[in-house]
Design a protein around this ligand. Sequence first.
Ligand code: GDP
Length: 458
Amino acid sequence: MTEENPAIAAIATPIGIGGISVVRISGKGTFEIADRIFLGKSKLSEAPSHTAHFGKIVDYNGNFIDEVVAVIFRKPSSYTCEDVVEISCHGGYIVTERILQEMLAAGARLAEPGEFTKRAFLNGRLDLSQAEAIGDLIHSQSEAAYRSSIRQLSGELSRRIKSVGDELLNLASLLELELDFSEENVEFANRKSLEERLENACRIVKELLSSYSIGKIYKEGVRASITGKPNVGKSSLLNALLQEKRAIVSEIPGTTRDTISEGVSINGVLFRLTDTAGLRETADDIEREGVERARREAGESDIVLLVLDCSSYDHNSNDPLIQQLAETCTRKNVKLMKVWNKIDQYKGTAPRRPEDGFFISALQGDGIDSLKAGLYKMAIGQDVNESSIVVTNSRHRDALSRACESLNLALETLRSGKSSEFVSLDLRRGLNALGEITGEITTDDILNNIFSKFCIGK
Ligand code: GDP
């Protein structure tokens, strides 16, 4: 436990109208500050930890501000490991702000964004990856993002990193011990076994690193645009996927001129779907801008759903605008999925080949479930083992990538039979990179960068 930090205060709930809001204080002198503004049956500074107290908040002149419940936590059994008071008051803009102002007047300072969590980290209650998981948890917009952040908060990633780190430390120590006895020319560790242990550590780091491609999807979602010629049923498809009438459906071509975006959850993963203007040459300036936007959106997507009318399936006519779109997708590494719509009207005889894409009726809902399953498979790209750890944070990805590089170098040097000194140097470098993830190795810049993205009050 570090030296006690001065008391900070902030509104911990969203600013706005609600049943209740919570304003909290943490740090040195918390109970004295709270006692200056709280009038209850007994003094908060004398109450035992983890107890709730009904009372009034009053200002300096004794004017009544609100009826509240104060919950007290004595150090180190609190979120920050410091003395904490959480005041639950009536929700709303004015009440919460008045209580916060009274806390500040009574001696607390306004907390910076993420400062409560930063203190929890600095006081050793959480490691850095767990602190980051709290930020992710608050911001999660899908079941997948929520699940991965809660697992990270439980310390799963930290434990995996720590176990590889411990192994690397053992290996480095063995090699360094040999160096201490270099004149006697002894080998404390069998080279073959060292190599195997290092290979195993490398494999774990690589697995974590490669899980980021899925982790990014869990955290940020998938950007998918719906494209195709006018009137093929793009807006109808958006509505069918969302199960609501979000976009205007019309038999008049060229109705969708601007892009419309909505999120939908497929197996817990957030897909941001964008309905775009139909691709065609047009003299209408607004529609032409819409077509341009559609092209841009497609180029920036992860997946493009190219909607085609089933009536063209037999001859599979290839429109030049669609050809262009396919080329853009290939160039920009965007996955393209063909969706043949209006199967309810299909009179042709060509067999429906799965490799040609999905066959649906946006109007009647046929094929929508298998299209969703196909979208999920295309985005995730592989079967994900539910129990495997998924890295979702780009800072962790960077650190893992540096660790991987150093460990590969260490392995190469070890295999080449060069001095243990070089191997241990690379191992230490790898170890430091891993230490950045959990915050064993950190700088003020890294911490400020992480916590400044939190909200005030967290
Ligand atoms: P967009 O211009 O590509 O967005 O097409 P819309 O979604 O506005 O649909 C154009 C017309 O096709 C409308 O009259 C829709 O009702 C109709 N439509 C869309 N999907 C289907 C479908 O699966 N079957 C049938 N029969 N008509 C459809």
